[in-house]
Design a protein around this ligand. Structure first.
Ligand code: NAD
Ligand code: GLY
Length: 362
């Protein structure tokens, strides 16, 4: 079972393949995008144990000369230290401009390996093989790569599009349910911002998705990627349209920062952010209460959090929102829904309203 779609970026057009059993076919899938036979696979400790052997075998059977490097699992690996280790490995193994990096893992691996590919020899090709739902529906598509600075997330990065994205839904079978739920938020988000039928499909098939039914997973992951691919094709460098992908994220990032990135999964913080942004839109009279309740119900059914923790105060959250890099010229930029399937970008919302919506979400 396999679906193929494309990110239409002219000369940088690339395919996304979504299906089952694809890790066994990585060698064949890669052959058309390769200029030389040298490959460096970047993975993390867990992914290395589970999935590296099958990918390695497939590549070696297809005649590739493969080297590997492992970084520790978790956000801390989006660091200059791990980035430097990857550069050292590229130099040591003499990869050249025709060689390829494979990012095998979650969004952390995709971001750090993608950034390594973006700058080594001023840019070499890379392929994303995302193994978390979050990375399959969001991080692996669109070419945003980055590492963190001690003062902020993703502050050092580059736009660098992959040559290919291989999404094998079988890898989700080892992912904890909490991470499946957290990853699903990006699909729900996509439904609210531009795809009501996708939102409805998640409503109708939530249990099957959480039970990892292959057919429905391939369907919703592909549809989320179709949406992301369309947005990226129209606005690769986020001059405006791409900002809609940040729905719920300004609130979510503030919460993640205040809880030191270790209490919530990114998707959980974004879930609270979606609820808060929708509450704000209701307060401003631009989003119907029925749509607000529809989104809220789905988040609750998916057992995602929708309220801020009681040890924080609204003022601290509001202040932290200004530190997110999604502000421009000191103004908060918010993505607010007008109905399930449409949002607007607003940078004229008074702090008073923002604070009020946050206070209602405790
Ligand atoms: P992650 O990469 O840290 O993975 C979470 C954990 O899951 C890790 O410990 C990993 O070892 C483990 N794991 C990976 N695959 C597994 C599997 N199949 N089975 C069991 N365990 C598995 O986290 P994530 O949620 O995938 O990604 C979060 C990162 O993505 C953040 O750094 C975020 O900034 C970034 N991100 C980037 C973009 C982008 O456009 N580039 C978009 C969204 C998020
Ligand atoms: N995750 C937001 C983006 O890719 O633009």
């Amino acid at each position: 079972m396999m679906k193929t779609l494309h990110v239409e970026l002219g000369d940088n057009r690339y395919p996304i393949v979504v299906g089952t059993g694809l890790l066994n076919s990585v060698g064949e899938l890669l052959t058309p995008v390769m200029k030389s036979n040298k490959v460096l696979i970047v993975s993390d400790t867990y992914v290395k144990t589970c999935y590296l052997p099958v990918v390695l075998k497939s590549l070696e059977n297809a005649g590739f000369d493969v080297r590997t490097i492992e970084v520790p699992g978790g956000e801390e690996s989006k660091s200059l230290t791990q980035f430097s280790r990857i550069q050292d490995s590229l130099v040591e193994h003499q990869l050249d401009r025709g060689s390829l990096i494979i990012a095998l893992g979650g969004g952390v691996i995709g971001d750090v390996a993608g950034f390594a590919a973006a700058v080594y020899m001023r840019g070499i090709p890379y392929v994303q093989i995302p193994t978390t739902l979050q990375a399959q529906v969001d991080a692996s598509v669109g070419g945003k790569t980055a590492i963190n600075h001690p003062k902020g997330k993703n502050l050092i990065g580059a736009f660098h599009q992959p040559k290919l994205v291989v999404i094998d839904v079988d890898t989700l079978k080892t992912l904890p349910q909490r991470d499946i739920r957290a990853g699903l938020i990006e699909v729900i988000k996509m439904g609210v911002i531009r795809d009501e039928p996708l939102f409805e499909r998640v409503e109708k098939n939530l249990e099957a998705i959480l039970n990892l039914d292959d057919t429905i997973l391939i369907e919703v992951i592909s549809q989320a990627c179709v949406n992301k691919a369309e947005i990226v094709a129209k606005d690769e460098k986020e001059s405006r349209l791409r900002m809609v992908l940040n729905y719920g994220h300004t609130f979510g990032h503030a919460l993640e920062a205040l809880t030191h990135y270790n209490r919530y999964r990114h998707g959980e913080a974004v879930s609270i952010g979606l609820n808060c942004a929708a509450q704000l839109a209701v307060n401003l009279g631009m989003f119907a209460e029925t749509d607000f309740q529809r989104q809220r119900t789905l988040l609750k059914r998916a057992r995602l959090p929708i309220t801020f923790p009681n040890d924080l105060i609204p003022e601290a959250l509001c202040d932290a929102m200004y530190l997110d890099k999604k502000t421009l010229g000191g103004k908060l930029r918010l993505i607010l829904p007008t109905r399930i399937g449409d949002v607007v970008i607003r940078d004229d919302i008074d702090d008073r309203h923002v604070l009020q919506a946050i206070a209602q979400c405790f």
